[in-house]
Design a protein. Structure first.
Length: 296
């Protein structure tokens, strides 16, 4: 108890364990150890930009932005609303998504391929009809490309604003090129491989996007009614505000979200830097494994 580092170290460990438990679930530590320490070739080498982006605390902001942006496609949102169970089990859905990202980014090639096969199996069973009478299939390559494009756009923008070591222009394009490998494995069509292609890809979907009751309900749930203890509400509100601040202006009105760029630059962005630095400080570093370099 005389150690002056005891209290902050305990606070750091408790905060990190709480955050990691929310994102990775009760089996998170064991799953993380297996992902990072199992020997074998990986899809991505240790210095691949996809690892730098997906391993950074800025993903907390990017993930929320991606969910909001994805909701604007009525077919994608209908599939989520009807089949994902995000209201009844939001943390389970988050944990499954975060585990998939971790396995495909850091895990062995065999585990990555198995994770993709499981997701494709789920997608094959998800289909239905929207309230407007439009048919949807989760395995539709067009919808898969939209979901992928919104994810990599959100992850990259959050990384460039809040990442510890932001990529340069060539690194951004390399990140998108690497991330396309996972999208293709899932069944997407022509996923963007550069920032120019990404901008064109998202623009090509603009005519299909609109506000729907399901999208508005999802935004309210994500931003206003997250199932969190009282002590976690304020930090989460900071993450949510920064996710909104990263959205393009055209995406805000359909979701009834404000657009106040001066306020966001002056007050919201600084809180985003603070919260991501705090998360980065609190979360434990992933375990390392001996043996040949990843990607070999």
């Amino acid at each position: 108890m005389d150690d002056p580092a005891y209290v902050p170290r305990t606070v750091r460990q408790r905060l990190g364990a709480g955050l990691f438990g929310r994102v990775a679930g009760p089996d998170g530590p064991a799953t993380r150890a297996r992902i990072h320490t199992t020997p074998g070739p990986r899809w991505f080498a240790p210095d691949d930009p996809v690892r730098r982006v997906h391993g950074d605390a800025s993903m907390f902001v990017g993930g929320l932005r991606a969910l909001l942006l994805q909701s604007l496609h009525p077919l994608a949102m209908a599939a989520v609303a009807a089949h994902s169970g995000y209201r009844g089990d939001p943390w389970g859905r988050l944990q499954r998504t975060s585990t998939f990202l971790a396995v495909t980014t850091f895990g062995t090639a065999a585990d990555a391929e198995a994770a993709v096969a499981r997701v494709r199996g789920v997608h094959a069973r998800v289909e239905g009809v929207t309230a407007a009478g439009e048919r949807y299939r989760a395995s539709d390559p067009h919808l898969l490309t939209w979901v992928h494009a919104t994810e990599v756009d959100s992850f990259l923008r959050a990384h460039l604003r809040y990442g510890r070591d932001p990529l340069d222009g060539a690194g951004c394009d390399a990140y998108l090129d690497s991330a396309a490998r996972v999208a293709l494995a899932l069944g997407a069509e022509n996923p963007p491989r550069s920032r120019r292609e990404l901008d064109r890809c998202i623009a090509s979907y603009r005519s299909e996007l609109r506000s729907t009751p399901e999208a508005l309900e999802a935004a309210r749930f994500i931003l206003l009614r997250p199932p969190l203890p009282l002590a976690a509400r304020a930090p989460y509100a900071v993450l949510a505000a920064n996710a909104i601040a990263l959205l393009p202006s055209w995406a805000r009105a359909p979701l009834h979200l404000p657009y106040v760029p001066r306020f966001e630059r002056a007050f919201v962005a600084p809180t985003g830097h603070l919260i991501t630095r705090t998360i980065r400080w609190a979360l434990p570093a992933p375990p390392t494994r001996p043996g040949p370099a990843d990607g070999e």
